[in-house]
Design a protein around this ligand. Structure first.
Ligand code: NAP
Length: 309
């Protein structure tokens, strides 16, 4: 039996692993299909404190993993099919590993950005297609950018990107936006943003240097047209990775895990959540790492109390 199992290896899970390993709790860390998490899909990270020259996303994650290993964290790759939280120790069914048991669990499985699922999109991730304006906007100084989406994220990203871009075209599949009025107004009042509403994205076009345009269907006329662009930011929402939990942990209406304010405690004692799987708001590597540290400390305290009773 493990004292603690950490599920997920983004900045939150790896920070929790560093802290728990240093506390001699020998955490088992289960790596899923995207080791290192969302940062491994970006290029340079310039806003993670401590790296004045910036650092490549995959390198940052590799460093965090090595740091956790140095103190004794054990890593295993596998897909967690299900978790039984009805009593402690908790039981995990993991592909290729059978059943594992743990006194405590840290859920740090993150959230996955939704993609449009159109031809040319995935092939051009890192070559002009991005799902993170805070991460990649800086690389589009003086360039033209398309933002896809009609929610608050799209409005926020479009506004943010006008700091760098010469022009931002907001493409949305309907005439009406889903975004809140205040966010819409802010975007509508921004002279650098133009609107291509009622357009369904069909295909991302690219050349040797990356993205060159996006083919869209005008839903009013049925005509297909290409909007030229240097970059494409897909802002159609995120999905927190919680399916394997089978509804045993409380979530908000958008599926994010709910933690007790100011802590990482979930509704099940001994189960802690950190990183994007419980954060619909900040979604930054550094804030995820911060909650990973909190989860480790909450977990340590829980184990201490459990042992003294
Ligand atoms: P969202 O509200 O779910 O909006 C997603 C948008 O993407 C919708 O307009 C949707 O179109 C469009 N979309 C979804 N799938 C698509 C597809 N396959 N092709 C084309 N378009 C597609 O997601 P969000 O904007 O990420 O916001 C999530 C939550 O976070 C919301 O509660 C939001 O208020 C909150 N948030 C708040 C702030 C803020 O206040 N500062 C900032 C960001 C997010 P339809 O409208 O046609 O469905």
């Amino acid at each position: 039996m493990h004292k603690t199992i950490i599920i997920g290896t983004g900045p939150a899970g790896l920070t929790a692993a560093i802290y728990l390993a240093r506390a001699n709790l020998n955490p088992l860390v289960i790596e899923g299909p995207e080791p290192g998490g969302q940062l491994t899909t970006t290029t340079e990270v310039e806003n993670f404190p401590g790296f004045p020259e910036g650092i490549m996303g995959p390198e940052l994650m590799d460093n965090m993993r090595k740091q956790a290993e140095r103190f004794g964290a054990e890593f295993r790759s596998g897909w967690v099919n299900s978790v039984d939280m009805s009593q402690r120790p908790f039981k995990l069914s993991v592909e290729g590993m059978g059943e594992l048991t743990a006194e405590t669990l840290i859920i740090s499985t993150g959230a996955s950005a939704k993609y449009l699922g159109i031809p040319g999109e995935k092939d051009n991730v890192g070559r002009g297609v991005s799902t993170c304006a805070t991460c990649d906007g800086f690389f589009f100084r003086g360039k033209k950018i398309i933002v896809v989406g009609g929610g608050d994220s799209a409005m926020e990203e479009a506004n943010f990107l006008t700091r760098f871009a010469s022009e931002v075209v907001l493409v949305h599949r309907r005439e009406e936006l889903r975004a809140s009025k205040i966010m819409q107004d802010r975007a509508r009042n921004n002279p650098k943003i133009s609107w291509s509403l009622n357009r369904t994205p069909l295909e991302v076009e690219s050349g040797p240097l990356g993205v060159t345009g996006m083919k869209v269907r005008n839903n009013e006329t049925g005509e297909v047209e290409t909007i030229a662009t240097d970059g494409l930011f897909v802002a159609i929402g995120h999905t927190p990775n919680t399916k394997f939990l089978g509804g045993q942990l409380e979530t908000d209406e958008t599926g994010y895990l709910i933690v007790k304010p100011g802590s990482t405690e979930t509704n099940v004692p001994g189960v802690f959540a950190c990183g994007d799987v419980q954060d619909n708001k900040y979604r930054q590597a550094i804030s995820a790492a911060g909650t990973g540290c909190m989860a480790a400390l909450d977990c340590e305290r829980f184990l201490e109390n459990a042992e003294s009773h």
